[in-house]
Ligand binder design. Structure first.
Ligand code: NDP
Length: 450
């Protein structure tokens, strides 16, 4: 039966030869689900893998806008509606100059598994643009968002497809996108986007959800492995965006000492523990660089990034949380982390570890909390935002936080169950793929050949 998996992998490679990130994501999932295919020969008969590796729809469009100098700019927009088996398509929008079809497809593919793990009725999608928000004025950001939504609105809706934020798309961008959607559609469709401001339909805890959820998941994973706890542990966190900031906040609340954070240019190391209020001011208010931290904390160190390997992974730590972007932990970095005694990796970002890096961690008995499970708190809370919009009702911070915590505990338990079922020990990476795949395959079989 493994021949079937290998044959599908070969076909996917041929068909998507120029999409390395997409191939990496598919390869990781298909390699780890081989034991399920062995047990379920009917999956081959029904072409489950062929269908699971082909997006239902890929939309690509031109986004034209005018910059502050009156110059016409053209970017490319995307929405990959990967799979709507278990609910409306759902997944974030990424604005970053690196965005291309391969990255959109890999993120959409990851999203279908992640959303299945939440246990909530949401399908998987991803979108975005190669627009680079760095250095753009507020008005340029607004004009770009309006032009992007003018096209995207044809394809989305509260029961069709519900985008949210991702890299380069935060509360400001969601506000502009929502405003343009409302202007064109001229109706209340609060649930069409999530991550909205609290004044117009957003949910409490959505801002914190991915980072908090990551720490709730890690808390469970540590507890299940010898009763480990965050208190007293040293933590390093890459990135200083939405996921990184709130992972830091919750880790500190649980008594961990976060000593380093980063952005794409370099990292800061503060042996006294990161002062998160300063990072929040720099990143959320001033939209500055992480290096600016030294202006108020001269005792901290700034280490510039000079190669593909981020300097943050050279810092000795008990727990490392990659919360910036894909493939940011190379095999080299993994070796340094292991040599420095790391005990656990928590993937806040999507696919942050190169495949070889993940394998290296697992071979060296480092616990790995896989992104599909560990960062699912963001999309789960987005689903809770959608429910509140449908109910025309708001839940309190405590209520949503409690729901988020319970969802992360459930996700961890479903991984443990899959690991036990397939004799995988603590390989939660395989456990996540197996738990999610099982659910999607069942839904696919139930819905006939479509
Ligand atoms: P933000 O835009 O808020 O922050 C991204 C952070 O990562 C910034 O500090 C950025 O630095 C850094 N970064 C971006 N590209 C690179 C790079 N090539 N090398 C090193 N650092 C980089 O994004 P989010 O925090 O929302 O997202 C971070 C990750 O988490 C992404 O992988 C995203 O897909 C994932 N995720 C996000 C969710 C959410 O709810 N927001 C939900 C689930 C997953 P700089 O400013 O220099 O670019």
């Amino acid at each position: 039966m493994n021949d079937y998996v290998n044959e599908i992998l070969e076909n996917v490679k041929k068909k998507n030869a120029h999409e390395p990130e997409y191939l990496q994501a598919v390869d990781e999932v298909l390699t780890t689900i081989k034991p399920i295919i062995e047990r379920h020969p009917e999956y081959k008969q029904l072409g489950i893998l062929e269908r699971m590796t082909e997006p239902e729809r890929i939309i690509s469009f031109r986004v034209t806008w005018v910059d502050d100098n009156g110059k016409i700019q053209v970017n490319r927009g995307y929405r990959v509606q990967y799979n709507g088996l278990i609910g409306p398509y759902k997944g974030g929008l990424r604005f970053d100059k690196s965005v291309n079809q391969s990255i959109m497809k890999f993120l959409g593919f990851e999203q279908i598994f992640k959303n299945a793990l939440t246990g909530l009725p949401i399908g998987g999608a991803k979108g975005g643009s190669d627009f680079d928000p760095k250095g753009k004025s507020d008005m340029e950001i607004m004009r770009f968002c309006q032009s992007f939504m003018t096209e995207l609105q044809r394809h989305i809706g509260p029961d069709i497809d519900v985008p949210a934020g991702d890299i380069g798309v935060g509360a400001r961008e969601i506000g502009y996108l929502y405003g343009q959607y409302r202007r064109i559609r001229d109706r209340y469709d609060g649930g069409v986007l999530t991550g909205k401001g609290l004044e117009y339909g957003g949910s409490l805890v959505r801002t914190e959800a991915t980072g908090y959820g990551l720490i709730y998941f890690m808390r469970e994973m540590l507890k299940a492995n010898g009763g480990l706890i965050f208190e007293g542990k040293t933590v390093t966190i890459s990135g200083s965006g939405n996921v990184a900031i709130y992972a830091c906040e919750k880790a500190q609340m649980l008594g961990a000492k976060v000593v380093a954070m980063s952005d794409s240019a370099g990292c800061i190391y503060d042996q006294n523990g990161i002062d998160l209020d300063t990072v929040k001011r720099i990143k959320e208010v001033e939209r500055g660089r992480i290096k600016d931290y030294l202006k108020t904390h001269p005792d901290a160190q700034y280490i510039e990034r000079k190669t593909e390997d981020s300097p943050i992974w050279e810092i000795k730590t008990d727990i490392a949380l990659p919360c910036a972007t894909q493939n940011e932990v190379t095999l080299n970095s993994a070796k340094k982390l292991v040599a420095n005694g790391v005990i656990a990796i928590g993937e806040g970002a999507n696919m942050p570890c190169e495949k070889e890096a993940t394998d290296y961690f697992l071979e060296h008995n480092v616990l790995v909390a896989p992104a599909k499970a560990a960062n699912a708190g963001g999309v789960a809370t987005s689903a809770i935002e959608m429910s509140q919009n449908s109910m025309r009702y708001y839940l309190s911070f405590e209520q949503v936080d409690k729901m988020l915590d319970a969802i992360m505990v459930n996700i961890f338990n479903s991984l443990c169950e899959a690991c036990a079922n397939y004799d995988l020990g603590t390989n939660y990476v395989a456990g996540a793929n197996i738990a999610a795949f099982t659910k999607l395959a069942k839904a696919m079989m139930a819905q006939g050949i479509i």
